[in-house]
Ligand binder design. Structure first.
Ligand SMILES: [Zn+2]
Length: 345
């Protein structure tokens, strides 16, 4: 389970609701990819099961000496990670929980399996909790099936959905959920977490904290996938080269990159941040750029392009990424995009 950093307001709210027996029965955690939605969902799920927290709620009349540090300061009590329930949650084998966090769309069979589990009573704890990640990717039939469960929830059931785009969910679903929208963390907090909890050395941590733009989960992925920064370097070099390439060279490149849509999306996100940085430099904006290590080449490039060209670049690349999410043919999409980028030669 990954470590929960930041989003204090959301944690405080959930903890307060739980401690006052006002736990929401359906919860939607929204926010950009890799920001901590699923980590927060799992934290809350573990807290609902933790035997120590359950015992403390019953044993509310404590003397000061018996209180833990968290209780004295009023900070939210964290799950203990040590009781049998916590350990089962951490190992993913607690009988009263259900997690779907696979890549790809969530299908009706998954909701049926969930409903079968919910039709039985809780085995070991007071709550049965289901986490369904990236629910914007659920099929319509899966959404409709879940709606029935949300409409008539059993008393001890808590359903947590996560979505990066809550607008893509059925309004009948969102209207039944308490919605928590997570915002990017300040880059200082990301930097601090990388150094303190992941022991990343200072230069590397600074770069990752910048590139993560508030999404700690992205930075952690970058530590675990050592190739990610190498790929970034390659994509950025490719983009600069493309700007001085001919139409034929651009079409060849589009053909090659579009064969792997995951990589294509990855490249586009790096290109968008780079062209946004270029726009900041071009317009003498005071906002610090993200790709600090690319400052000099960007400075040089900004002299070869007009503001309009840079703006076109940003909007063109953004549109290409949106089109991909709407299943436009990747190759055609990228070809059009690359041909519309400025020519610096
Ligand atoms: Zn525990």
């Amino acid at each position: 389970m990954s470590m929960l950093i930041g989003h204090d307001w959301a944690i405080d709210l959930l903890v307060q609701q739980q401690d006052n027996d006002h736990t929401p029965q359906s919860l939607l955690i929204a926010g950009p990819p890799n920001i901590g939605k699923s980590t927060l969902a799992r934290f809350f799920m573990q807290r609902l099961h933790c035997e120590k927290i359950d015992a403390e709620k019953i044993d509310a009349e404590k003397t000061d000496a018996e209180k833990t540090d968290a209780e004295k300061t009023g900070a939210p009590e964290k799950p203990c990670n040590d009781c049998i329930a916590c350990r089962k949650v951490l190992h993913g084998n607690h009988p009263d929980l259900f997690i779907f966090d696979e890549e790809g769309s969530l299908k009706i069979e998954t909701i049926r399996t969930l409903q079968r589990m919910l039709s039985l009573s809780a085995v070991e704890s007071r709550h049965r909790v289901a986490i369904l990640c990236n629910f914007e990717q659920a099929t319509i039939s899966a959404s409709n099936a879940l709606l029935k469960t949300l409409e008539e929830p059993a008393k001890d059931v808590v359903i947590i959905l996560t979505a990066s785009d809550p607008g893509a969910l059925l309004p009948t679903i969102t209207s039944r959920c308490q919605i928590l929208t997570l915002r990017p963390l300040p880059s200082k907090q990301v930097l601090n977490a990388l150094q303190t909890h992941w022991q990343v050395e200072s230069t590397q941590a600074k770069l990752l904290a910048q590139l993560a733009t508030g999404r700690l989960g992205w930075a952690v992925r970058a530590i675990e996938d050592s190739e990610l920064l190498t790929r970034r370097q390659q994509y950025l070099e490719d983009l600069l080269k493309l700007l001085s390439s001919s139409r034929t060279e651009r079409l060849n490149y589009a053909h090659k990159l579009s064969q792997d849509v995951v990589k294509l999306k990855e490249a586009l996100i790096f290109w968008i941040t780079l062209s946004r940085d270029l726009l900041l430099i071009k317009t003498n904006c005071q906002t610090p750029i993200i790709n600090l290590d690319w400052h000099d080449p960007l400075e040089k490039l900004s002299k070869q392009l007009t503001i309009t060209q840079v703006r076109t670049m940003v909007s063109r690349l953004r549109k290409t990424l949106t089109n991909l999410d709407r299943n436009v043919n990747p190759r055609l999409n990228l070809e059009v995009s690359l041909l519309k980028l400025p020519f610096t030669r």
